[in-house]
Design a protein around this ligand. Structure first.
Ligand code: HH2
Length: 284
């Protein structure tokens, strides 16, 4: 039995589906030297902990801690290094009394296990259990939530000429299949969150089509998480560099809320929280 925060019976993220105006902002805490927008800024664990607490104060209800970049072309990180990056940050946030749920952004079972022990209550697996299917059993045993994301290929290959006949139908089918795998391995359906994986093996047109037809993914009946924050398709559309994409990030998240997404993974929590508060009050 895992003894982290998940074991204390955190409310399932699944409660968010179809639940009217509720939304959750997931703040990004990258403990990496090479993440595409904030690499190296929070590699020191004290800086990462302070950043997480700041994002919580700005309205993040989940803090997503990552120790391996998934940017296009990124190389994988040895397990000991990933553990050394993320575990002290999770422990520090727990010690500091963080109220936000802690999510571990990993595809490695060893990292998921250690993070759950340290107090994480969400596992965010961008490979949707393809890299380490045993993450499902760890999640099931701990009572944590599990985010399953679509990616075509791996970070190393995903942006090399991605092709789909119908991107939305294919992403939907993939998420349905991965959810069935998670449930077969013991994860309760109400603990599963789905993510179409914006930017993970997609052209600009694919990303836009997924956003436009998001209700087809929402129709799977699980809360949908969306991650557009600062991503390169926004740079292509606006001509802005990575640190000037906040307005574009807000536009896509407001649109995604209106089309049924309920969890929003962003770097700039305060502005997104304001934008989604007004959006939710308007459209509900
Ligand atoms: N995007 C990134 C990382 N993890 N997880 C989910 N569920 N959805 C996403 O869209 C998503 C994700 C990439 O963003 P970032 O963490 O800022 O960059 P990097 O992977 O370079 O660390």
């Amino acid at each position: 039995m895992i003894s982290g925060a998940a074991a204390e019976g955190a409310k399932p993220l699944g409660d968010l589906h179809g639940g009217g105006a509720a939304f959750v902002v997931m703040g990004v805490v990258n403990v990496t030297p090479d993440s595409f927008s904030d690499g190296g800024r929070f590699l020191d664990s004290q800086a990462a902990i302070a950043h997480g607490l700041e994002l919580q104060a700005e309205g993040a209800a989940i803090l997503d801690i990552g120790g391996e970049s998934t940017r296009p072309g990124a190389a994988s990180v040895p397990v000991e290094i990933e553990l050394a990056r993320v575990v002290p940050v999770i422990e520090g946030l727990v010690r500091a009394g963080a109220r936000a749920a802690i999510s571990i952004d990993t595809s490695k079972a060893e990292v998921a296990r250690a993070a759950l022990h340290a107090g994480a209550s969400v596992v965010n697996d961008v490979t949707a259990l393809r890299a380490a299917p045993e993450i499902a059993e760890l999640v099931a045993a701990s009572g944590a939530d599990l985010c399953l994301m679509h990616m075509l290929g791996t970070p190393r290959t995903m942006q090399k000429d991605p092709h789909y006949d119908d991107v939305v139908a294919e992403v939907k089918r993939f998420l349905e299949e991965r959810m069935a795998v998670a449930v077969a391995r013991g994860v309760p359906e109400e603990r599963i969150v789905l993510d179409p994986g914006i930017g993970f093996g997609k052209t600009v047109a694919h990303n836009l089509e997924l956003l436009a037809r998001l209700p087809e993914i929402v129709a799977l009946g699980r809360p949908v998480l969306i991650g557009t924050s600062r991503k390169s398709f926004l740079g292509t559309l606006t001509g802005r560099d990575v640190h000037q994409r906040l307005y574009a990030t807000i536009a896509t998240n407001v649109l995604a809320y209106e089309r049924g997404a309920r969890i929003f993974r962003v770097h700039d929590v305060g502005p997104l929280h304001d934008a989604l508060t007004v959006t939710a009050a308007t459209v509900s």
